[in-house]
Design a protein around this ligand. Structure first.
Ligand SMILES: NC(=O)c1ccc[n+]([C@@H]2O[C@H](COP(=O)([O-])OP(=O)(O)OC[C@H]3O[C@@H](n4cnc5c(N)ncnc54)[C@H](OP(=O)(O)O)[C@@H]3O)[C@@H](O)[C@H]2O)c1
Length: 338
């Protein structure tokens, strides 16, 4: 076992702003664990769009702020009363502050998968890539709106990290019709290869054109559900193209937050509107166990492919997020932790 250093490399920031506020330091203290905690040496960390919201101030961040929501790695220290982990165990987890070499976690945290010792780095890469976005897509299509065979479902950012997983689960696994919206032909081709049936290019079509096309595809009826991660720019479209008794799942703010609305706007079509977050579906141990087991069954049986756009070095996160925010990426972005 390698010794644990005093200091570590991290990405952090101490003020809100654009990617320019991000700093790389090799002088951050490695967290000290209590008797009930474990210390993990991260190997791969997943990049998620939510980091942008904390950095630019849509969500509150306490400074100095180390980003990160999910990672995989190896347990390198355990507190004296910990019995469910041992040094050398490989884990994948949902948890904060892992744009860093070392992260401490409570040993009773629900969202840790203990993978044992015999897991390769290639497998750890998939775990870090799949966990947050895979669970988001899987829980949302089962709980926010239970997608049924034959449904018409609108998916925005359909070639993004969550988007490509939604395309596969809705189009291929649930056998519903995916109407994909993305901003380039390349992205739409990728959405199609992942299960999308109808392709709408948001760079070429106005919002009115998108509405017209979606209503044409659905014979004027509208879609059974919308999975919308764009937020402000697409919410009015969602209200127009949703079917009577349909469900709008507004789950992201890529273009800004949806402004508050009077609830009677839902009345004319008896719309169900949700603004869910993943953690609300996997906070109980049985829920996390159920959905992670379903997710990795789908991956292992090759019904679900996790498309990794690129693995960036930890210090290159500013480039990675510029790519993500600049809409240049498809699928999942990862950090390799030194
Ligand atoms: N509620 C939850 O629990 C939860 C969990 C996970 C993710 N999310 C949300 O799901 C969304 C997708 O996350 P992700 O990590 O997979 O990211 P992503 O979809 O890979 O990347 C964001 C995509 O959003 C689209 N976009 C539209 N307008 C944009 C704008 N103004 N600026 C930047 N991008 C814009 C772009 O696709 P096009 O160029 O094709 O439009 C871009 O590629 C995010 O909004 C995230 O916050 C929510």
């Amino acid at each position: 076992m390698s010794t644990i250093p005093e200091n570590q490399a991290v990405i952090f920031y101490d003020q809100n702003g654009g990617p320019e506020v991000l700093k790389y330091s090799t002088e951050f203290p490695v967290p000290k664990i209590s008797e009930t905690e474990i210390l993990v040496k991260n190997i791969f960390t997943g990049i998620n769009f939510i980091e942008v919201y904390f950095r630019n101030g849509i969500y509150p961040a306490k400074f100095p702020y180390i980003p990160g929501r999910e990672a995989s790695g190896e347990v390198v220290a355990v507190g004296s009363s910990v019995t469910n982990f041992k040094i050398g165990d490989k884990i994948a987890y949902l948890g904060n502050e892992n744009f860093a070499q070392y992260t401490k976690l409570p040993s009773n945290k629900v969202s840790i998968l203990n993978l044992g010792e015999n897991v390769t780095n290639e497998q750890l890469k998939i775990y870090a890539a799949a966990l947050l976005q895979g669970l988001t897509a899987l829980t949302f299509i089962n709980e926010a709106y239970k997608v049924k065979e034959g449904d018409y479902i609108l998916v925005t950012a359909a070639a993004g990290g969550v988007g490509l997983i939604l395309d596969q689960l809705i189009g291929k696994v649930k056998k519903a019709h995916v109407i994909a919206v993305a901003s380039s032909e390349e992205k739409l081709a990728k959405a199609k290869a992942n299960g999308a049936e109808f392709l709408l290019n948001s760079s070429e079509l106005s919002v009115e054109d998108l509405e017209k096309k979606i209503l044409e595809i659905t014979n004027g009826k509208g879609v059974n559900a919308v999975f919308d991660s764009i937020g402000k720019d697409t919410f009015e479209l969602d209200l127009k193209v949703i079917k009577r008794k349909g469900t709008i799942i507004s789950y992201g703010n890529a273009s800004g937050a949806v402004p508050p609305l009077p609830i009677n706007r839902l009345s004319p079509k008896n719309i169900t509107l949700l603004r869910p977050q993943l953690f609300g579906y996997v906070s109980e141990p049985e829920e996390f166990k159920h959905y992670t087991s379903e997710l990795f069954k789908l991956i292992d049986s090759k019904q679900l492919n996790i498309d990794i756009h690129k693995v960036y070095e930890l210090k290159d996160y500013p480039t990675a997020t510029r790519d993500l925010e600049g809409r240049k990426t498809t699928g999942k972005l990862l950090l390799a932790i030194p």
